[in-house]
Design a binder for this molecule. Sequence first.
Ligand code: ARG
Length: 470
Amino acid sequence: MNQTSSQPSTWSQRFESALHPAIARFNASIGFDIRLIEYDITGSQAHARMLAHTGIISAEEGEKLVRGLEQIRQEYRQGFFNPGIDAEDVHLAVERRLTELVGEVGKKLHTARSRNDQVSTDTRLYLRDQIQQIRVQLREFQSVLLNLAEQHVETLIPGYTHLQRAQPLSLAHHLLAYFEMGQRDWERLGEIYQRVNISPLGSGALAGTTFPIDRHYTAQLLNFSGVYANSLDGVSDRDFAIEFLCAASLIMVHLSRLSEEMILWASEEFGFITLKDSCSTGSSIMPQKKNPDVPELVRGKTGRVFGHLQGLLVLMKGLPLAYNKDLQEDKEALFDAVITVQACLEAMTILLREGMEFHITRLQAAVNEDFSNATDVADYLAAKGVPFREAYNLVGKVVKTSLAQGKLLKDLTLDEWKGLHPAFEADIYDAIAPARVVAARNSYGGTGFEQVRRALQTAKNRISHKNADD
Ligand code: ARG
């Protein structure tokens, strides 16, 4: 063979010269797909067992392949297996090492298989594990929120719409809103898992294979719940990865919204929380500062995950069936999204668990110093038969005159109230006290303490049965 580089070509004898070194680097995915190595080994072991099971190779050959592959796993774990660019990708690297270890029989591993169904299988095995891990992390995140919520049922916090004070809330209710988002994220990943958990192995390059393989056998060995029905689809589908990136993006949306709130809450203007030293940093120039780096980074990293989703959608949209090398580009997007989501969930869980404290007195003062009980005055009148819209207009006027006089609603005298409308009685003061205002919103799913206690109980039951539908 006429080699122009020192490395022999990986390809058949159709090729006369080796790759240009820059093209070899350009083409190689070993730099990042090495992350798949253990999945690649596991997938190859299942394939080797199936080849022996179906008589395509002998039982003894099958055993040799499985053992050799196991040895590569150990070498990798001990840090001795570090293939370079010349191996091109993890699949070829493992196969090459296997042949070094077990001799000629190593060359039989790739019978009835293509890297196309192989990489697709590896990616699914990888993602299955990562999804499980993220679901465990989501449960931890939820349980930290739940613990915090339990401590703060009767702590009040201003509720906002348009970032304007709207109506006071139980702090627990606010926290449980994030619990619910986490619940949907957890459920969504469970649904996606079902579609990730299908085996494309045995699809071959694109059309299946001439060998009498048993796809159900490998699927079973790898704990897949089924097999792809169509070989073309099996090698070229990346819906499962896109779905995962959608779910990952939504997790990030939720974490980012919480982050934004925490950043606001930690500001001097809000002053609702203090960040502890373990979870905040100082400024290199302004000694008074304590910066909310953790939520800021989570908010910032959100963009990366969205970018990966967009990247993969665009990657797929113009691809003719079946495999195209473009698909190699799915991996870094997926890996980075997984790493980012896992890191953000971990950091936010730590931040909530031990990195911050609510300022109860400041929160108490906040709900007492605004007009967020104005709706309750209107409701008070409406409950006494005044049409709501009329009551609403009247209270608007009261707010306007009170503002002009530098007063709050609780500062109006009973005579002033009665002068506004004869339906007002002494119980108006009770009706507009923040704790009453919150307690009164006792509609299902509302912030009333009774509702919040019920919601806490439901939330607890949900996460204590966490594995019931896994
Ligand atoms: N490294 C490749 C990838 O990640 C493996 C599949 C290569 N298949 C091929 N026909 N060149 O997509």
